[in-house]
Design a protein around this ligand. Structure first.
Ligand SMILES: Cc1cc2nc3c(=O)[nH]c(=O)nc-3n(C[C@H](O)[C@H](O)[C@H](O)COP(=O)(O)O)c2cc1C
Ligand code: SF4
Length: 505
């Protein structure tokens, strides 16, 4: 009997370790031969711990499973969910980046290869650097860390930056509220990130890579460190990658826990052992990055998507999507929502379909009031904007941003003035303090919102003015984008600001 219990940290937080221990104990008690595989997660967090039992008809899902359910699970009498691929939330997805996550044993390189792993790298090793970069450009892949910058163009800049030492830096700082895609792939399919980084290295001529991983992800740190060692032992990393004569190796470095260290130049300072303060651009990191050398800085999901692009071809990847948003988007649905988790789909689905249909609306059963898309710097999207299609340009036109594709859902009891205040407070706390509009502006922003809350209507134009200054004058997107959540709350939910005024009067 083969049973899968996820080792993903969300599943563990919901009791997966206890369920795994109960399965081992109950099987021993019964003298039953059970092969227990700790897989990654399928991403359906509301069903965790989601246990799968392999049968002649595929893998049957059970969840959420408790240790008390284990005897019935082994008896075959526990009520199940049917084949895991048949669960509607899963069946509706197009899994390219996450194709293996939850399917394989994350630390089995053999399992990885048996499910398409390394096919992309083997193909890339037969190509010239220029051809590799062109393939990424042709795929239409854009950075999944926030800015949506075309990955092929970034790689081309590094490729053209002359000879000498170059670096690949994977941004695994994942600080956005409601996001977990980077963590899930690192815990559930770490070799795909390693393979993507090797292809990037071979493509641009870099021999060293770093994964800058946030300290708040202890499980991901352990899995990535183990996967790097396994890859090195297998000759996938090292002086002679898969016998190609090309060198590439990876080090995992742990961040110290600052949101701003996810900003690429601040991250590079932190990686160099300096304070995580934002650097002015230019120079671009692609030309003068880590230790002043040409550096590709890419998000985990951007790099983890590279193997499937090479395995299936740029055209296959580019075939999915909407307008200039090609391929799939790895959405992370969180907050007050009935069905939260990782949902990978081609760009183009509407926000409303995703929130109401896929995710099933709020967990409380109350009406949805707003959805914050794109982390703490993303706009609050009201229900009236639910027809907005998930695409970089469409969201931009609707006054929002996709960012790292995290969604946090709020019901009608949410006080949007409070949320606007929180956005300013977050910026004040997390500011690197290098530039005045952010360092001083965010503090003034909190004070100004407090004035509005006390009924001072004259403070409203001061707040909009302040937001304008922060937008135009901030050195990076922390100060520059905080106005998005603040102004979207003010624009779409004016009553929440007015009610306070009336209450004060
Ligand atoms: C305040 C701030 C925080 C950021 N945090 C992250 C992060 O945690 N992870 C990430 O990949 N990008 C983050 N970014 C974006 C990075 O600066 C950069 O654009 C990204 O790593 C580039 O990779 P990509 O092109 O693959 O998206 C952040 C940006 C800002 C301004
Ligand atoms: S906007 Fe804020 S975080 Fe960004 S450089 Fe200025 S002070 Fe630092």
């Amino acid at each position: 009997m083969k049973i899968y219990v996820p080792m993903d940290s969300a599943a563990k937080a919901l009791g997966a370790d206890e369920v795994a221990a109960a399965i081992v104990a109950e099987a021993a008690r019964r003298g039953l031969a059970v092969e227990l595989v700790r897989n990654g997660t399928r991403g359906m967090v509301w069903l965790e711990p989601l246990v799968e039992v392999e049968t002649g008809d595929g893998r049957l899902a059970f969840g959420p499973v408790t240790p008390e359910d284990v005897p019935a699970l082994l008896d075959g009498t526990l009520q199940g969910l049917g084949p895991v691929e048949g669960i509607p939330f899963f069946a509706r997805q197009t899994r390219l980046t996450f194709a293996r996550c939850g399917v394989t044993d994350p630390l089995s390189l053999r399992d990885y290869e048996a499910h398409g792993g390394l096919a992309g790298l083997r193909r890339a090793l037969g190509m010239t650097s220029a051809e590799i970069v062109q393939e990424v450009t042709d795929s239409g892949l854009r950075g999944r860390g926030g800015a949506g910058f075309p990955t092929g163009i970034k790689w081309n800049t590094v490729l053209g930056a002359g000879a000498g030492q170059k670096y690949i830096v994977c941004n695994a700082d994942e600080g956005d509220s409601g996001t977990f895609a980077d963590r899930m792939i690192m815990e559930g399919d770490p070799f795909t990130l390693i393979e993507g980084m090797v292809i990037a290295g071979v493509g641009v001529g870099a021999t060293r890579g770093f994964v800058f991983l946030r300290s708040e992800y202890p499980d991901a740190i352990k899995v990535m460190a183990a996967a790097v060692q396994i890859a090195r032992d297998a000759g996938l990393l090292g002086p002679d990658v898969l016998g190609s004569g090309r060198a590439f190796d990876i080090e995992v470095r742990v961040g110290a826990g600052a949101y701003v260290c996810g900003e690429e130049t601040s991250l590079l300072n932190a990686l160099e052992g300096k304070r995580g303060v934002v650097r002015a651009k230019p120079p671009l990191p692609a030309l003068e990055g880590f230790l002043g050398r040409p550096t590709v800085v890419n998000n985990v999901i951007s790099l983890a998507t590279v193997p499937v692009i090479f395995e299936k071809g740029a055209a296959h990847y580019a075939d999915f999507g909407l307008g200039r948003s090609r391929g799939t988007v790895t959405l992370q649905i969180a907050g007050n929502v009935a069905r939260g988790g990782l949902f990978e789909t081609a760009f183009g689905m509407s926000l409303g379909e995703l929130v109401m249909d896929v995710a099933g609306g709020t967990a409380t059963g109350r009406p949805v009031k707003a959805v914050q898309v794109g982390g703490p710097l993303g706009a609050y999207m009201p229900v009236s904007k639910f027809d907005t299609a998930l695409g970089y340009e469409d969201f931009d036109a609707a006054g929002g941003l996709i960012g790292h594709a995290g969604l946090v859902v709020f019901d009608d009891t949410t006080d949007m003035l409070g949320m606007a205040r929180f956005a300013m407070e977050f910026c004040a706390v997390e500011s690197c303090c290098k530039c005045t509009p952010c360092r001083v502006g965010a503090v003034r922003g909190v004070e100004t919102i407090d004035r509005i809350a006390r009924g001072d209507a004259a403070a409203v134009p001061i707040l909009t003015d302040l937001c304008e200054t922060m937008k135009l004058g901030s050195l990076c997107a922390l100060g520059g984008f905080t106005p998005f959540p603040v102004l979207s709350a003010l624009t779409h939910f004016p009553d929440d600001f007015a009610t306070r005024k009336e209450a004060a009067e």
